[in-house]
Design a protein around this ligand. Structure first.
Ligand code: PMP
Length: 369
């Protein structure tokens, strides 16, 4: 705490990302990265920018395209939208931060009376953005089986946001249910943001319904489905008026949020859907195999539509199990929060990594018998 901090900085409760160990000796199942490499087209595109026409990296001398034109054109073809329905940001985290500022923040001196609604167990960055922008919020409790009940969001609010599939539970909501909630919120003049960070791993996207819902904003990311967490590219998809709102925030903040390497690499990834269908298909098969194996070991496993599994080990606390795995060089994610403190979120790695993980789980469970 410093006397130089203003009230905003004092009020913040910053997000703590999952551990990124600096040596490579861990099996890393803690931040939902894709275990397979990105498409070879990404490497080629990034190398082309790095080397430039004359091999001297000339392109990096110049600022990147603030409008991300080529990337948005590639995304438009990929999503079946017009480029003006697409915003590209420095990861979906930045895109989400801008969306909170554009659609949820109070424009006046005093905060709005109505809270933004999101699930109480959900992506833990949402309350952080809310505090950053001084947006009141209410965490709406998940049901006993960790589902989102869409009817709980049919009440006056400043807007609604949730991930689909939800994180860290992996549970999925039906598109029809989401679109019905979008219509309800449209009648209230409010925005519904659906964070589809994990939609490539099993769910049905609501992107095809965007033309019918001017208040619906879909967030997607290349971090998980395109193996590009290190490139930092995310999208907001929606009505061109919503996209313009995000551009106004960005252009009041930093015109060049995406560098040249990111724009070129991301566009290349969007052009290799076949490669990604292959690796993400493998992740889904591994997820089902690991879920079944964990149940065999006595874990309670929530059915997952994402590239992670949310599961409760038998007879051992979540924090203890987390430590036992860590001692064996395996990192998973543990949230020390009410209702989920005995659960672990396990990202899906390669089959070889998951075999080592399952072996370790078997030993830890057996030790406790
Ligand atoms: N939304 C959800 C639900 C997430 O779990 C994550 C990953 N932590 C993100 C958004 C952010 O992803 P990125 O900034 O890498 O695009």
């Amino acid at each position: 705490m410093s006397g130089y901090w203003n009230a905003r900085v004092k009020r913040l409760d910053p997000y703590i990302p999952g551990e990124q160990p600096r040596n490579g000796s861990f099996i890393k199942l803690n931040t939902n990265e894709n275990p397979y490499p990105p498409s070879p087209l990404v490497r080629e595109a990034v190398r082309k920018v790095l080397e430039g026409e004359n091999g001297a990296g000339e392109e990096l001398r110049l600022y990147s395209d603030p409008a991300c034109t080529d990337l948005r054109n590639a995304a438009a073809a990929y999503f079946g939208l017009k480029p003006e329905q697409i915003f590209a940001g420095n990861g979906s985290d930045e895109t989400l931060a801008f969306a909170f500022a554009a659609f949820f923040e109070s424009a006046g001196e005093t905060p709005p009376d109505l809270p933004v609604l999101f699930p109480d167990i959900s992506y833990s960055f949402y309350p952080v953005y809310a505090r950053l922008w001084n947006v009141p919020f209410t965490g709406v409790p998940l049901t006993a089986d960790f589902s989102i009940n869409p009817d709980d969001y049919r009440r006056p609010s400043a807007g609604v946001i949730f991930p689909n599939p939800n994180a860290p539970t992996g549970r999925l909501l039906d598109s029809a249910v989401i679109l019905s909630l979008a219509s309800y919120l449209e009648a209230q003049g409010k925005v519904l943001i659906v964070d589809e960070a994990y939609i490539a791993f099993g769910g049905e996207s609501v992107v095809p319904a965007l033309d019918a819902h001017p208040n619906l904003l879909v967030i997607q990311t290349l971090s998980k489905s395109a193996s590009l967490a290190g490139l930092r590219v995310g999208f907001a998809l929606g009505h061109s008026d919503l996209i313009e709102g995000l551009c106004r925030i960005r252009d009041s903040f930093n015109s060049y949020t995406l560098d040249r390497l990111a724009q070129a690499g991301a566009a290349a990834a969007l052009n290799d859907a076949a490669y990604y269908a292959g690796i993400n298909g493998r992740i889904k098969i591994t997820r089902e195999r690991v879920s079944a194996a964990l149940e065999e070991l006595g874990f309670t496993v929530i059915p997952s539509y994402a590239n992670f599994i949310f599961a409760r080990p038998p007879r051992i606390s979540g924090s203890m199990f987390f430590s036992r795995l860590r001692e064996r060089g395996i990192l998973v994610r543990h949230f020390n929060r009410e209702r989920i403190a005995d659960y672990l979120r396990i990202s899906i790695g390669t089959d070889e990594e998951m075999d080592v993980f399952l072996e370790a789980c078997g030993q830890i469970v057996a030790d406790k018998k």
